[in-house]
Write a protein that binds this ligand. Structure first.
Ligand code: ADP
Length: 169
């Protein structure tokens, strides 16, 4: 009896954990890398309780960025955005956890840094929309799409966090 109950409780925790899984593609843009904000940004996601599933430093190319920003192709600022994103390497990350897409956007702040609250990454470290330091997926679907665009399946690691029972009830 007790054994079975224990197993059932464990499996329900694991089910909750699996259901809580959501991925956001977070990318530190060339200005964030050059300004030495990589550790600071990683640290904020770590401390919040999110789990790193993939990470690399990469010089993006035009094709990849055109696919990433495909919804913005017709915007007047698109050529400037391409130049900005090609100006140096970016840090690509995939973060996992409860509500990470919406919370990640809150942690980043508004697109225009002047509208970002202090305490957010953009609100603490940037001033111009064309130098706004980091990217975060804007929906659960784009979190999946962007993670799969920037990372191969083998680069996304599915390890279990030793801290999960201290972060999730
Ligand atoms: P977000 O990155 O907050 O999701 P968007 O998807 O609307 O915002 O835009 C993508 C990126 O394009 C922004 O993060 C910013 O770097 C750049 N951008 C957006 N609007 C402008 C603008 N009006 N002028 C210059 N760059 C812009």
């Amino acid at each position: 009896g007790a054994q079975v109950q224990h197993r059932a409780a464990t499996s329900s925790i694991q089910t909750q954990w699996t259901m809580a899984m959501e991925r956001s593609y977070i990318m530190i843009k060339p200005d964030g890398v050059q300004r030495g904000l990589v550790g600071e940004i990683i640290s904020r996601f770590e401390k919040r309780g999110y789990k790193l599933a993939a990470m690399k430093l990469k010089q993006a190319d035009e094709d990849l960025l055109k696919e990433h920003y495909r919804d913005l192709a017709s915007k007047p600022f698109f050529p400037k955005l391409m130049g900005y994103m090609l100006s140096g390497p970016v840090v690509c990350m995939c973060w996992e956890g409860k509500d990470v897409v919406a919370q990640g956007r809150k942690m980043l702040g508004a697109t225009n840094p002047l509208e970002s609250a202090p305490g957010t990454i953009r609100g603490d470290f940037s001033l111009d929309v064309g130098r706004n330091i980091c990217h975060g997926s804007d929906s659960v679907d784009s979190g999946k799409r962007e993670s799969e665009l920037w990372f191969s399946p083998a680069e996304i690691v599915d390890n279990e966090s030793a801290l999960k029972d201290w972060i999730y009830e």
